[in-house]
Design a protein around this ligand. Structure first.
Ligand code: PBG
Length: 326
């Protein structure tokens, strides 16, 4: 039997590179990419991070140079993480104006702050000697409300240093409202808040822990979300919007595309996603083995995250992708 001739032929729009380009629904653009950067106190040379090929712990100088490269590449911004030399129970280095993250923020803002958005991670885990994202109570549990006081102090220090967008990644209840009130009270009503709204307790943060020399023993499951929960992602985003978040984020990205899609559906403000260290590491490791095409895998992964609903993506590949787009 002769099969019927198809009356619908979607392949027409896939026939040539020019046609495919014309009908593409999602495009990568440097301005929609944010590059995470690590700066370590007391370094004289940039330090490679074994589990993150191509990513380093920066010195203040190399950080500044890289921020300039990011600006020249047209990236939307940089997200700064600090690795201090000394740590204590309350994370004193986090709100010390001479603390590494605040010094680095001031340096980068002075150098590149007009051409990209200088952003800072607002969390205590890099600064505490126990490695948790907050301060602990007598029983050793993370004390939500006392941590909010520390976040408020940290927010003011970061705003003073020149951060334009504070990335609240600690997953404490009420953190957006607490930081907004602190900023407004200190005259920083123009400093914006990026809420890591749906942040899951993920195995994919593994390499990051090496990058920031994490002191954590145990896990973050009492404050970061259970990967089993989809509804909770939308709920957390709604709460953060209610508390005044300017941008909401989902993290990690590739295993949480449903959550990105849900949040994009409900959010009146921009939705971002973070392609985290372990997601990059998986691509790097497979590519190093010759098992996948590295560039195609990177472009496909970030395109997929954008297609799911993320307006912008934090990615360790941001600078490289920008170079490919040009
Ligand atoms: C918390 C923070 C983490 C990451 C970004 N901000 C670590 C964590 O929650 O354990 C992870 C980013 C990555 O894995 O690339 N300061």
């Amino acid at each position: 039997m002769i099969p019927p001739v198809p009356s619908r032929r979607p392949r027409r729009l896939r026939a040539t590179p020019a046609m495919r380009r014309l009908v593409a629904e999602t495009r990568l653009h440097p301005a929609d990419l944010v590059l995470p950067l690590f700066v370590r106190e007391g370094l004289s040379e940039p330090q490679p991070i074994a589990s993150m090929p191509g990513v380093v712990q920066h010195t203040l100088d190399s950080l500044r140079e890289t921020a300039v490269l990011a600006a020249e590449a047209g990236l939307g911004g940089v997200m700064l993480f600090g690795v201090p030399q000394r740590r204590d129970a309350r994370g004193s280095g986090a709100d010390d104006p001479e603390g590494i993250l605040n010094l680095a923020t001031a340096a980068v803002a002075a150098e590149a702050g007009d051409s990209l958005v200088v952003q800072t991670d607002l969390c205590l885990d890099e600064f505490t000697d126990h490695g948790h994202c907050g301060v602990l109570d007598a029983s050793g549990a993370v004390d939500n409300d006392r941590t909010l006081e520390r976040y408020a102090e940290m927010a003011i220090a970061q705003a003073e240093a020149g951060s334009a967008l504070l990335g609240l990644s600690g997953m404490m209840d009420g953190q957006v409202a607490a930081v907004r009130a602190a900023l407004d009270g200190a005259g920083f009503s123009s400093t914006a808040i990026l809420a890591y709204s749906a942040k899951y307790a993920s195995a994919f943060y593994g390499p990051f822990r090496e990058a920031v020399d994490s002191q954590l023993v145990g896990d973050r499951r009492s404050y970061q979300q259970d990967p089993a929960n989809r509804r909770e992602g939308a709920h957390e985003a709604a709460l953060d919007l209610d508390e005044g978040a300017d941008i909401v984020m989902v993290k990690p990205a590739m295993s949480y595309l449903d959550v990105i899609s849900d949040v994009a559906e409900l959010s009146p403000v921009p939705v971002w996603a973070y392609q985290v260290s372990g997601e990059a590491a998986m691509i790097e490791a497979a590519a190093a083995n010759g098992w996948i095409d590295r560039r195609r895998a990177i472009e496909e992964s970030v395109t997929g995250i954008r297609r799911a609903g993320a307006d912008a993506v934090l990615s360790y590949f941001a600078l490289e992708i920008a170079g490919w787009i040009r």
